[in-house]
Design a protein around this ligand. Structure first.
Ligand code: ATP
Ligand code: MG
Length: 567
């Protein structure tokens, strides 16, 4: 795991921008953009790019645009456009009035294409898509020129115009840049820059039936917006010569493309195609299922924007691919919630305890601290009465060594309340299951200390039965069983690597009465259990549904450590 305490560090992109600013490049201006394709919801990998682009702009007193790369009309939906804006804002960033769409530039991009044709640098190719692929060559063999490569400018202009007017079927013709079929870089072998698609576009409707390819549209959109630093992921490194070529040929404003390694997270798939498959196939409850690595899933799970930003700062920015351990993301949210989440008592798997010497008609309001990390968060009271629930796990009839919680004849401290001693174990006659404990309390120990100085080793949480609010609690685990689910064995589907136990629903959990008023999205620490938040979809007034964000400690790390120790 990367050093979690690491301060925001210098990284190579910061250094490049720093130097450009000092040299007065672009008049000292810093202008970045975040360019999502609206074909899915944003995920934690996008958060890295968002924090980088918006973060650097903010740091250098510059600007960052939000630009939808909507050049493929068949895969894009308005739902995605809306969710992306919501997620970027939620992360704490703002594009002000600079919301753009690549489709805003269809006219100028088309004009650039025409200029390429006029300059003899683009031609209409009438080979079939299969033939074009075949002519492309391989990494070791040069490509072959298309027989249509030397069409006259007039013929190209005429055909391209007719393509635009809708006279041809999809795949009948494409417009290609005329660069070099022998280039060692396959991207430079006369790449397609426009294709025919008879598909309505979510913004331009039926206005177009020719659409620019990503490489052509992207760099020129950057240029039109006078982006100074165009940050993208490593797979575009080989596209940079093409990015530069278009801009150089046209002599237009020339942003600098800089590539960085994408974020990969263990036990997580990040490709939008795969995430879409999980959603469409009903393997998860939707894009915002709390097990999804999407921003909306993390939000619903209880992650804070600050925790995601600090995670993104911590993982740094490098030129080399790597996989970040999921536990680092969990560390970041724990660190944030430890400071801001009020602590409350809740019982996940209840076992009833009757305190025999406590009067039935009595209720005491006991003072409890809301967050020992932050005294300004104050205190509240929790009701105590004769019947309470404790965690089933906190009792063992036959306790192993070092088990300091409740057992027959044992005394423990009830958090913020009294010492109790277990006198009798009541069992179901047929199943033998423990159904109730009969205990006594020591009235002298109110608040949790014995005046005679006697000590108990265990402190457990509890909820008064009569005052409890019944709630549903959902416990989440990793969505996948494998550290690298993207690496599917031959012949297997990545979905076969899903963790069948990634969701456990507990339907009748007593929680303290202060949670009755909990609002959707509110976050808490359930003492000794972890961080939980009120589900924003399924909670009802008076019956909250809680999602576990993370357990208190990294139980996986402990398990793995224990196993490593054994081996
Ligand atoms: P996917 O492979 O999931 O479909 P994408 O790269 O096609 O992702 P885009 O919508 O094009 O998704 O991405 C928008 C921006 O976010 C791009 O600049 C892209 O480089 C960046 N990005 C996408 N995934 C990651 C990631 N895992 N880590 C860092 N940046 C990412
Ligand atoms: Mg992309």
């Amino acid at each position: 795991m990367a050093n979690p305490g690491k301060a925001p560090g210098q990284h190579f992109i910061r250094s490049i921008i720093d130097e450009d600013v000092r040299n007065g490049k672009n008049g000292g201006r810093v202008h970045t953009r975040f360019p999502p394709e609206p074909n899915g919801y944003l995920h934690i990998g996008h958060a890295k790019s968002i924090c980088l682009n918006f973060g650097l702009a903010r740091e250098f007193g510059g600007l960052c645009n939000l630009r939808f790369d909507d050049t493929n009309p068949t895969k894009e939906e308005v739902e995605y456009v809306d969710s992306i804006q919501e997620d970027v804002r939620w992360l704490g960033f703002d594009w002000d009035d600079r919301l753009f769409y690549a489709s805003d530039y269809f006219e100028p991009l088309h004009a650039y294409a025409v200029q390429f044709i006029r300059d003899g640098k683009a031609y209409v190719d009438s080979l079939s898509p299969g033939e074009i692929r075949e002519h492309r060559g391989t990494l070791t063999e040069p490509g072959r020129e298309s027989p249509f490569r030397n069409r006259s400018v007039e013929e190209n202009l005429d055909l391209f115009e007719r393509m635009r007017r809708g006279e041809f079927k999809e795949g009948e013709h494409v417009l290609r840049a005329k660069i070099d079929m022998a280039s060692p870089n396959l991207n430079m072998r006369d790449p397609v820059i426009y294709r025919i698609m008879h598909a309505p576009h979510h913004r331009t409707g039926d206005a177009w039936c020719v659409y620019p390819m990503y490489d052509f549209a992207h760099g020129l959109s950057d240029s039109l917006e006078e982006i100074t630093h165009s940050l993208c992921t490593l797979e575009f490194e080989d596209h940079r010569p093409l990015y530069d070529w278009f801009l150089e040929q046209l002599g237009v404003f020339h942003p600098r493309q800089i590539e960085f390694a994408r974020l990969n997270l263990s036990y997580t798939v990040m490709s939008k195609r795969k995430l879409l498959e999980l959603v469409r196939g009903g393997y998860v409850g939707g894009w915002d299922d709390p097990r999804m690595p999407t921003i909306s899933g993390l939000r619903r799970r209880g992650y804070t924007p600050a925790s995601i930003r600090s995670f993104c700062e911590r993982i740094g920015v490098a030129k080399k691919e790597s996989t970040v351990d999921l536990s680092l993301l969990e560390y970041s949210v724990r660190e944030d919630l430890n400071r801001i989440a009020p602590r409350v008592m809740a019982v996940l798997r209840p076992l009833k305890v009757v305190i025999e010497n406590y009067p039935d008609d009595r209720t005491e309001e006991l003072e409890a601290v809301n967050n020992p990390e932050d005294p300004s968060m104050g205190t509240r009271t929790v009701p105590f009465s004769r019947e309470i629930y404790i965690e089933r796990d906190d009792f063992r009839e036959d306790p192993p060594r070092k088990f300091f919680r409740l057992a027959p004849g044992r005394e423990v401290r009830l958090r913020y309340a009294y010492f109790i001693t277990c006198r009798e174990v009541v069992k179901d006659e047929t199943t033998g299951e423990v159904t109730e404990l009969r205990c006594t309390y020591d009235p002298e120990t109110r608040g949790g200390d014995a005046p005679d100085g006697r000590k108990v080793k265990g402190t457990i949480h509890w909820v008064s039965a009569r005052h409890a609010v019944e709630s549903e609690v959902r416990l989440y685990d990793r969505l996948f069983n494998r550290p690298n689910p993207a690496d599917v064995p031959e012949g297997e589907d990545f979905k076969s690597l899903l963790n069948p136990d990634s969701l456990e629903t507990l339907s009748a959990c007593p929680v303290e009465p202060s949670l009755k008023e909990a609002a959707p999205g509110d976050r808490y620490q359930f003492e000794r259990l972890g961080y939980f938040c009120v589900d924003t979809r399924d909670s009802e007034a008076g019956r909250p549904v809680f999602n576990r964000t993370v357990p208190l400690r990294d139980s996986w790390a402990r398990i793995e450590k224990a196993q490593a120790g054994k081996g």
